[in-house]
Ligand binder design. Sequence first.
Ligand SMILES: Nc1ncnc2c1ncn2[C@@H]1O[C@H](COP(=O)(O)OP(=O)(O)O)[C@@H](O)[C@H]1O
Ligand SMILES: [Mg+2]
Length: 286
Amino acid sequence: MASRNDAATGSVAEKIGPDSARVEISGLTKRFLTPAGEVFTALQDVSFTVEPGQFCAVVGPTGCGKSTTLSMVSGLDRPSEGSVKVGGREVDGVTDGVSFMFQSDALLPWKTVLGNVLMGPVFRGVPKQKAQASARDWLRRVGLTGFEDRYPHQLSGGMRKRVAMAAALINEPKILIMDEPFGALDVQTKAIMSTELLGLWEQIRPSVIFITHDLDEAVALADRVVVMTSSPGSVKAIFDIDLPRPRGSVQEIRFQPRFIELQHQIWDSLREEVERAYARTAGGTA
Ligand SMILES: Nc1ncnc2c1ncn2[C@@H]1O[C@H](COP(=O)(O)OP(=O)(O)O)[C@@H](O)[C@H]1O
Ligand SMILES: [Mg+2]
């Protein structure tokens, strides 16, 4: 495994993993059985690829199947049809080298900040002392030096997110899966956390699938934005985001003319789907 220093100083080309970090979703369809015994199609023929080291955001109206897609990429659930391949191999269980971040913090309340961040390396069999040194280093990177011995309930929402980010990235994942990770934060904290995520991602360059309902966040962070249709979810359009990197502050990039142009284009595509999903819920037929 590359040492932390290699990861921090190596060139981007060295950091972008080989093909093992490619995620290929093809013809993905997922059906659920409703409590009434009817078949409900949540996803219909979804296909897109995330290249190694690419940051891919997925936007779509609520209920369109974004989280369902991720549960199949992560191996927590199986497709009804189609496939998900990671590094050319079909996903058939929880895949090595994949880390997650969700909207709710997955921190253990009875463990300290250090204890929470330590868990990944300890599970992977890294000797305790080495794991501790690495956890302290990651806590420093996310700005939490001095908070190692606190418990999650003693931290603000933003600080808990930093701990979750350190806990996900300490494993140096090939693939990082994020399901509305900053969705519960206030606007300013969210912008700060997004900027920090970008800085850390640029250091270790995992392939990222980042789900959000916030279009600004998607454009500010991603190389590509996948727009999904309202339920049953399928891919409506894919946009390449050609804003240069490093992007710097997420708050400031929003004022760039190119950002505004891309944001408008994508919103044109997304608006119709959001309206359709809303009309369906408002009509009580969802
Ligand atoms: N295990 C399940 N059983 C039945 N229906 C489900 C299940 N998981 C998700 N769904 C349904 O699939 C649709 C998509 O859900 P989800 O992927 O959570 O949407 P999103 O994350 O885009 O908001 C929703 O209508 C949801 O109710
Ligand atoms: Mg969801």
